[in-house]
Write a protein that binds this ligand. Sequence first.
Ligand SMILES: [Zn+2]
Length: 556
Amino acid sequence: MQNSELLNRFKIHEKLRFESDDGEIWLNNNRMLLLHSKALAEIRKSLFDSLDPIQAQSILVRMGFTSGQLDAELALRLLGTDDNYDVFEIGPALHGLEGMVKAQITESVIDWEKGSFYGKVDFTNSIEAEVHLETMGVSDSPVCWMLAGYASGYSSTFFKRFIVFRETQCVGKGDSKCVLVGKPVEAWGDDDYIDYFKQDPVKQQFRSIESELTSLRGAATAKLPEQGELIGNSPEFIKAFTLLNQAADSPINVLLLGETGVGKELFARWLHQNSGRSDKPFIAINCGAIPNDLIEAELFGVKSGAYTGANASRPGRFESANGGTLFLDELGELSLSAQVKLLRVLQSGELERLGDNKTVKVDVRLIAATNMKLHEAIDQGRFRSDLYYRIATYPVEIPPLRSRKSDIPLLARSMVEKYAPLYSKSIEAISEPALQTLMNYDWPGNIRELQNIIERAVLLAPNHGAIERQHVVTGSSTTQRTDILATEYETPGIAENIYDHLLEENLPLKEFEGRLVKAAMEKTKGNMTKAAKLLGITRRQITYKLKSLEEKTSAE
Ligand SMILES: [Zn+2]
């Protein structure tokens, strides 16, 4: 039976009273509290920050236990009015009414006469797992301590014997749902877990000394893993990196948030390389770069003949990523019908190629990214909220460059190392005034913009020399551009010769770009896909560039 039906049958809503004039909420004869989940997150985090984890956990267990006891008292009053098992199920329903979790009993062996008890409950939408992930990241053990306490307190009071629930799977440690198993205390044996239900200051104190020792011993080795291509050591960067690291080795779907150009794909790649799937494919797709009518075929594959032009069956990116990771960039651009299909794959791990009714099983970890405010897209009906909640279990905000400016010197140097060989150059240094210019700019285009500026600076700086202030021109005012073009070069080398030549022609960058696009089109005999590949841009981008070239020519 649905929880809401049960609550109606026992008229629980009539027992819930909002006495707003008196500043009170009542459930039967218990005063209740409507608390923001963010406030719960705050107190929970503070507990873990200031106490040893076992103390913090046992406080939460006892908090839940008390709630469970009080709700059981309400249920017990209704015994004799209906089937006992239905009355017992009021517990899970009340837990839902109170906004904690959706609880469904999946197994129960209860002998009312003998008082024997075994219960298994599926918990979805646990508020505790949600706030834990938000504030503390993925845990290596279950985190729904209040929920376990509640189920224990409720069942113990209802059956008048000590029944202990324990979480065996948990969303907070990356599982797809939370599962709790309940048994009489003696059936669990002599277990430390039982101590959570009692207050035992001496034992707690001993534990806290013990855990202090362990953490001291661990401190030397507990370092963050290799950052690889992710560069930075500013607090903002470390915050994002730590969150990312906590999710790396779990199957949880990650949502990368942040402005355009902050390097979300690099973060996604790092996540993949540091997961248990690193030897399997990493497939990236930019939903914004593929036309709406093709995106479904790209993601889910097609059967031959599914539509005009689909000459052969081919797998989609989901199938190509099987066993590995799929990175969906610009998720907010996904069409509504593709969203429906995506939701289905995430829920069931199954898909059908377009035009095919054969079901394919896939095991793919999803990393999505967006710079869109998805909540607004949901309000405007452009994004499905159910898909959002599937994907946004673990959001990681990648900071914009302006809020991690202390990383700029580090980033700039590594970019110089990357670009100098490409232009057959050796750059000795970035001068202090040049660094100052970089630090004083706000970087609306983020890392990508910095990358462009540094690439250009590498190109402009003299070989075996330094990058000077005049080489790092930020923003795009025309006077500045003229300055760059007027800069002198003396260094030989193939790349330089080309650029010298182009600069002698006084060629503005836009024009240079146009010629390059045309050259690529000629070289590939007008094959846009190949030309785009040659230029390292998407087909959509090259289409756009060609179109603006045409417009320009016809205007002249
Ligand atoms: Zn849980």
